[in-house]
Ligand binder design. Structure first.
Ligand SMILES: C[S@@+](CC[C@H](N)C(=O)[O-])C[C@H]1O[C@@H](n2cnc3c(N)ncnc32)[C@H](O)[C@@H]1O
Length: 207
């Protein structure tokens, strides 16, 4: 499978100028629904992982401490410009989701929108999200997933050889991924294209 972190950094640097044209309107409702599931409190410390150009920013409460990371310098530059336009204070850093440079238990909420199906090792990314979350912290996920009830068919796995290299993996299953990483799922609902795209809210559990 041609899906590596170096390749993702390169391709998202290339996609950055057109990303908003493709993803802004298309995912607006889905990201609002996903973020709407989070139990927000003033002053929460929040981390966006694989934050892209910051399309989540307009839908986040203002009274939080906001951090955003992404692998691609070109995407993060756009995020910084969006934060400036929206007059939002965001600490932005280029960072690999598989090796987060934050202390254990640092965040109340971690948001992973459209990244678990992109990164080569989502289990590693989830382990890092869990590590930086405080006890009882919330994980907000919105992404495309294969049904939890059955593994991807042969045809889908063949197609995945192409989609995972240029866009996204289409074979990943949300519940096994989150449960194996030590998350307790509190909400899980379809948000786009039938049940292909789902919004999940999970808590850091004890494992
Ligand atoms: C489909 S975009 C989603 C962006 C944003 N979360 C959104 O909802 O619009 C995937 C993003 O994940 C980033 N990414 C891919 N692999 C990553 C990794 N290992 N660590 C951090 N970011 C990564 C890409 O650079 C890209 O910005």
């Amino acid at each position: 499978m041609f899906n590596t972190t170096a390749w993702n950094r390169l391709r998202y640097d290339v996609y950055a100028p057109i990303y908003d044209a493709v993803a802004e309107r298309a995912f607006r409702r889905a990201r609002r629904e996903a973020l709407g599931q989070v139990h927000w409190r003033p002053g929460m410390r929040v981390l966006l992982v694989g934050a892209g150009t910051g399309l989540d920013l307009p839908w986040l409460p203002r009274d939080i401490e906001l951090h955003a990371t992404d692998l691609s310098p070109a995407m993060t530059r756009r995020l910084e410009r969006r934060a400036e336009t929206l007059e939002r204070d965001v600490a932005v850093e280029v960072m690999d989701a598989e090796a987060l440079d934050f202390p254990d238990g640092h965040f109340d909420v971690v948001v992973m929108h459209l990244i678990l199906a992109v990164m080569p090792d989502p289990a590693r990314g989830l382990a890092e999200a869990r590590r930086v979350l405080a006890e009882g912290g919330q994980l907000c996920v919105m992404d495309k997933f294969q049904s939890d009830e059955r593994p991807a068919s042969l045809g889908r796995r063949a197609l995945n050889l192409i989609t995972s290299a240029i866009a996204t993996d289409i074979t990943r299953q949300a519940r096994p991924l989150l449960a194996d990483a030590g998350f307790v799922i509190e909400a899980d609902r379809p948000v786009m294209m039938g049940s292909l795209f789902r919004a999940l809210l999970a808590r850091k559990g004890n494992i």
